[in-house]
Ligand binder design. Structure first.
Ligand SMILES: [Zn+2]
Ligand SMILES: [Zn+2]
Length: 397
């Protein structure tokens, strides 16, 4: 069966390349993936599958139902692109100015369509069904939540869910399994300090929000070094500080925006509490007013240990032990975490770098490129996992 999946994936390589290049040429930003959504639905229709569109705006789902009833495997791909002007010079580069599939979601869609085509061929042998989930808006972490709200994990209920992300740090043909705690939670601090400002020469007549903001930026790093257990991981980074109009005017207000990440829900609570206290107390100390918002984003992503062990064994049998490695967790975030809060499952990395070029291109850059052979592996692994799960329940110990 495993060999069949690789063989079938090789046979449909040209289809996947065609679909991927079409997605790549017509990238769309989150919540606007209308053409993309139509293209997905049209390919699924050609494959002979029933399609439900318009979920969470532009999401699409489809079912590959086996002859016998049984469990349901969810396979998820994300479909949105990024606001980046492509500089790859590829003949099939983006035609949409300033928008690019720089996170490989074009490849994820083609892989899931490829897996759908393989599964459709083996439909008769499935004891249960495969739910294909094409999810919009991964990049701001809102798509998964919205799809779950639409009920994609119900009717039929999903028993296990898998996803993959192309990874340029690994060569094509390699797979990176992620630890049980794989991706960080991602929250946003959005705050403002307000003066009154005044002449830069006469600070005594003002309440300086820039000075307060500077102290806050420094003080928040003490939360990482003094409050968080040194054996835990956490990050606070400010990406925006805005305020002021001239070198000699103390402004009335300063706005700050930053990201807070960690790998543990208890640490997450502590970070929020400590940063809020610092913000308040610094405002008080410097006599400025403050407005503080802490926006909770994507939670920590936890793979199910039993599913991780199962796919590790499966992928090693398909690709060989040497091709499957265990990766470190990432302080990046991934909204697949929302599905994993509701259902057992796992996300794994799929090597996409041309041989000998791992780490040369990176995600979210204007020259990000993949070796298209990665789709053969991606579709084969996804299809094989679904088939194995539905053929006989793998031993999850
Ligand atoms: Zn991304
Ligand atoms: Zn991505």
């Amino acid at each position: 069966m495993l060999d069949y999946c690789m063989q079938e994936a090789r046979e449909i390589r040209d289809d996947m390349v065609r679909w991927r290049r079409d997605f790549h040429q017509h990238p769309e930003l989150m919540h606007q993936e209308h053409r993309t959504s139509e293209a997905i639905a049209s390919v699924l229709g050609e494959i002979g599958l029933e399609v439900w569109s318009g979920l969470a705006g532009t999401g699409v789902i489809s079912l590959v139902e086996g002859k016998k009833t049984g469990k349901t495997v969810g396979l998820r791909a994300d479909i949105d692109a990024l606001p980046i002007q492509e500089a790859t010079g590829l003949p099939f580069a983006s035609k949409n100015r300033g928008i690019m599939h720089a996170c490989g979601h074009d490849v994820h869609m083609a892989i899931l369509l490829g897996a759908a085509k393989i599964l459709r061929r083996f439909q008769e042998t499935l004891n249960g069904c495969v739910k294909l989930i094409f999810q919009p808006a991964e990049e701001d972490g809102s798509g998964a939540k919205a799809m779950i709200k639409e009920g994609v994990l119900k009717d039929p209920p999903v028993d296990v869910i898998l996803a993959t992300h192309v990874w340029p740090g690994l060569e094509v043909g390699q797979v990176g399994l992620l630890p049980d705690v794989a991706f960080a939670s991602s929250d946003t601090i959005q705050m403002e300090y307000r003066g009154p400002g005044g002449h830069g020469a006469h600070p005594e007549a003002t309440r300086d929000p820039i000075l307060a903001a500077a102290h806050l930026v420094v003080a928040t790093q003490s939360v990482i070094s003094r409050n968080v257990n040194p054996l835990e991981s956490a990050v606070v980074s400010f990406g925006i500080i805005q305020g002021g109009t001239a070198h000699n005017i103390i402004p009335d207000s300063v706005m700050l925006k930053g990201t807070v990440r960690c790998l543990d829900s208890e640490v997450r609570r502590e970070l929020k509490e400590r940063i809020q206290v610092l913000s308040e107390k610094i405002a008080q100390a410097f006599g400025v007013e403050h407005n503080f918002q802490y926006l909770q984003g994507v939670p920590v992503l936890r793979n199910s240990p039993s599913v991780n062990r199962w796919i590790a064994g499966l992928f090693e049998r398909m690709l060989s032990k040497e091709k499957v490695s265990l990766q470190r967790p990432s302080m990046g975030s991934e909204d697949f975490a929302y599905y994993l809060n509701k259902s057992p499952g796992a996300i794994f990395r799929l090597g996409c770098a041309p041989p000998g070029e791992s780490g040369r291109y990176f995600l979210h850059t204007d020259c990000f490129t993949v070796d298209e052979e990665t789709m053969v592996y991606g579709a084969a692994l996804m299809a094989a996992a679904a088939m194995e799960y539905l053929a006989e329940q793998p031993k999850m110990n």
